[in-house]
Design a protein around this ligand. Structure first.
Ligand code: NAP
Length: 242
């Protein structure tokens, strides 16, 4: 399915690399103006420049934004709305993993995971909803995880954040669908990104995993869905896991 997003604007959190970058690239390639946010200013600015160069004529702005901060989320949304002429699509993608038993997990790690993966959904959605509701038809797409339904030892913080994402998304979906805002969430299994390699060791030998661009393709298919229809929950897994 091909979708034409000319005249549309999108915000992608965690858009400097991995799944968020792939989604931002697909959106820009389809003609949308895009704002990407991430904590590391030089990375997010470089990513925005890369996308502008790769897609002639595309408008992509990079905004330093830590989604753990309500003020940063509000500033990202307001800047996108002002510079891109409103907001049609919000992709809540930024997320981290910290894995330890509950007995061993530090309070700092617990807070980092819950604030990044769960509180941010509220901060960004709350700030974006007035803009999204003005559009007649718009989307919030949350990037969850199969860890949002399959709990595992050492996963309490990550599992709790992604189980929480599902509850948040389903409640919000029922609140705003009559305002023309469709809320969906995607639950990937293993995706070949640096998520599991914080040391930057790369993704060599991970061809069996889902590609970040495959998640982006799913986002584009969602956006192409006829207005009367709302695919709300999408599970994605490697076809041939290791
Ligand atoms: N990779 C997988 O196997 C997998 C599977 C299922 C679900 N997911 C989910 O997919 C999403 C993206 O994961 P990914 O694999 O693309 O991860 P990634 O490659 O590590 O990229 C994460 C992105 O989020 C940004 N980020 C992290 N903390 C942030 C914060 N506090 N505020 C703003 N931006 C922040 C990072 O930039 P900075 O570090 O500069 O902030 C980066 O742009 C996450 O929600 C993750 O839980 C991933």
């Amino acid at each position: 399915m091909k979708v034409d997003l000319k005249g549309r604007s999108a915000v992608v959190t965690g858009g400097s690399r991995g799944i968020g970058f792939a989604i931002a690239e697909a959106l820009a390639g389809a003609g949308a103006a895009v704002a990407i946010g991430a904590r590391t200013a030089e990375d997010v600015e470089r990513a925005a420049r890369d996308l502008t160069e790769r897609h002639a004529g595309a408008t992509v702005i990079g905004v330093r934004c830590d989604v753990r901060s309500r003020e940063d989320c509000e500033a990202l949304i307001e800047r996108a709305a002002a510079e891109l002429g409103g907001i049609d699509i919000l992709v809540n993608n930024a997320g981290i993993g910290r894995f330890a038993t509950v007995a061993d997990m530090s309070v700092e790690d617990w807070d980092a995971v819950i604030e990044t993966n769960l509180n941010s959904l509220f901060y960004c959605s709350h700030a974006a909803l007035p803009h999204l509701k003005k559009r007649g038809t718009s989307w919030i797409i949350n990037i969850g995880s199969l860890a949002g339904k399959n709990a595992f030892p050492r996963g309490a913080a990550y599992n709790a954040s992604k189980f929480g994402l599902i509850g948040f998304s389903e409640a919000l979906m029922q609140e705003v669908r009559h305002d023309g805002v469709r809320v969906s969430y995607i639950m990937p299994g293993s995706v070949a990104t640096e998520f599991s390699h914080p040391s930057g060791s790369g993704t060599t030998g991970e061809e069996w995993k889902v590609g970040a661009e495959d998640i982006a393709q799913i986002v584009m298919d969602l956006l192409a869905t006829p207005e009367r229809t709302l695919p709300s929950r999408i599970e994605v897994r490697p076809s041939r896991p290791k």
